[in-house]
Design a protein around this ligand. Structure first.
Ligand code: PA5
Ligand code: NI
Length: 187
């Protein structure tokens, strides 16, 4: 049988720009993130139209067993002493995991299990993050440049934002980053 040949989809590793197929894009601004940052007073003083992050993903099939591929571009910035971050979510299908790949910039991946236990992984170009099922995840930009991360997840996973309506158990500030650096230094 004669094979059919298809040009591949493509990501520019340095910038996270996707091409090769139609894309779906979603931008999240500060105004969309009511109640997400701890310092509400500071949040109110920011321009609500300021973009915090955008997600670009291939408009690919969404059936059982299919995979989605997308890139999150998270701007640098702070609200009070808290870094810009994604809203964060559990998957609606709790058992389904996801993989993140750091592309550019520097930041943290905050993971939280269903018991509220948190952990942090450093995100940097080339980092790989295996997010298990039953684990909420949020990207945090601790640097001065855009943080971009590629993600691959089951198209049926869905997003459950409501389960985290009261926020994650850990607030990430420059103090957290200092603590982490010390821990890494001490092995
Ligand atoms: O699938 C993912 O986990 C990511 O593509 C996120 O959806 C993306 O980073 C945006 O975050 P959130 O969906 O929490 O707003
Ligand atoms: Ni996810």
């Amino acid at each position: 049988m004669k094979p059919t040949f298809h040009p591949p989809l493509n990501v520019d590793w340095a910038s996270g720009v996707l091409c090769g197929a139609p894309l779906i894009c979603k931008t999240t601004s500060l105004g969309d993130l009511a109640g997400v940052f701890a310092d509400q007073e500071s949040w109110r003083q920011h321009d609500p139209s300021q973009t915090v992050y955008s997600v670009e993903m291939f408009d690919s099939p969404s059936g059982e067993g299919e995979l989605y591929v997308g890139v999150t571009h998270l701007n640098p910035g702070r609200v009070g002493d808290e870094y810009f971050m994604t809203r964060g979510h559990f998957h609606a299908r709790r058992e389904q995991g996801e993989v993140y790949f750091g592309l550019r910039g520097e930041g943290l991946l905050l993971l939280q299990d269903e018991q509220g236990q948190t952990r942090l992984e450093r995100v940097l170009p080339g980092s790989i993050h295996i997010i298990p099922g039953f684990t909420a995840h949020r990207l945090i930009n601790t640097g001065d440049a855009v943080l971009s991360a590629l993600a691959v997840w089951p198209s049926q996973a869905g997003h459950d934002y409501a389960a985290l309506a009261n926020g994650f158990a850990l607030k990430v500030t420059p103090e957290t980053v200092k603590l982490m650096a010390k821990e890494v230094q001490n092995g």
